[in-house]
Write a protein that binds this ligand. Structure first.
Ligand code: SF4
Length: 296
């Protein structure tokens, strides 16, 4: 629960505020950029209070998604519309959803649901919050839980217990808390999980980072690759590269062989290109930028 006494002084006057417990995960800024931005102190603040009902719902979605309950309202506003908005449909035809409800143990990483007749896929672990679990049940449950890397596994056991899903993680990222995952990927060759789902090892951020390609349109990238928070470009985080930057550059180059239009990351902004060719151009630009930074 956010505390009024710890309200950051930079917040705009009005009911919504961020307190000093913010961990700067960025989730609120991606969900409701009209209302949240990074303040001078490096933490998020409310820079513009919502005015309309739809703006209020957007701000409440950020409040619900916040992993540390650092967003509050005073006087209190019922968060029910924000709860009910998740999972949020990102693409109707492909049935790709954003789960909201991020977990602090995953540093507020984003997770996604892919709804498929052959079985739903949950990409990375959201917080196992009751309203989300019930909604996932209504949407058909979870057949596979694809874990892009070791950092974003949060409540994976709770999802296994509730839905009986098969968890997938690269063997190089398996640790004490994930020893019991059902499918451990090996090596660096792409691994077809189904006709429309291809797992591609992308070592760099961690040794076992793996991206997931769905229908040759959506690439779920964990922390390997992300959009800028304004969604205008792609980027990769050298300062959060835990394993090997040269390997991350190599893994990025391998993405040039794939076709896709969307990048759906764990952290950072979502990025949508106008075509697979435009996506390829943007990745080429990024690879060049990464190589230059490697020489500095
Ligand atoms: S979602 Fe919460 S923790 Fe993350 S940046 Fe916003 S206020 Fe901070």
């Amino acid at each position: 629960m956010a505390r009024v006494a710890q309200r950051l002084s930079e917040n705009a006057r009005g009911p919504f505020f961020v307190d000093s417990s913010c961990i700067d995960c960025g989730a609120c800024r991606v969900i409701a950029p009209r209302h949240f931005r990074r303040g001078r102190g490096g933490l998020s603040i409310v820079h513009r209070q919502p005015e309309t009902e739809s703006e209020r719902t957007r701000a409440l979605m950020a409040l619900v998604a916040c992993p540390t309950s650092s967003i509050g309202t005073e006087p209190r506003i019922d968060a029910a519309p924000g709860v009910a908005a998740f999972p949020e449909l990102l693409d109707e035809e492909a049935q790709v959803y954003f789960c909201g409800f991020t977990a602090e143990s995953s540093f507020g990483a984003t997770s996604y649901l892919v709804r498929r007749a052959e079985g739903n896929v949950l990409v990375d672990s959201p917080r196992a919050a009751g309203p989300l679990l019930r909604r996932l049940e209504e949407l058909g449950g979870v057949r596979w839980m694809f874990l892009t890397h070791r950092d974003d596994v949060a409540d994976h056991r709770r999802f296994r217990e509730r839905f009986g899903c098969e968890r997938i993680l690269h063997a190089r990222d398996v640790g004490a808390g994930t020893r019991d995952v059902e499918l451990k990927l090996e090596g660096e060759e792409p691994y077809p999980l189904a006709d429309d789902l291809l797992a591609i090892p992308a070592p760099g951020h961690t040794a076992g980072s793996t991206v997931l390609l769905y229908r040759e349109r959506f690439l779920f990238t964990g922390d390997h690759l992300m959009g800028t928070e304004d969604g205008r470009a792609l980027e990769a985080g050298r300062d959060v590269c835990w394993h090997s930057w040269p390997e991350q550059i190599r893994s990025m180059r391998r993405l040039l062989d794939l076709r896709f239009e969307w990048v759906l990351p764990g952290h950072g902004g979502r990025y949508r290109a106008t075509s697979p060719a435009a996506m390829r151009n943007e990745i080429e630009r990024l690879v060049g930028e990464m190589r230059n930074s490697d020489c500095n």
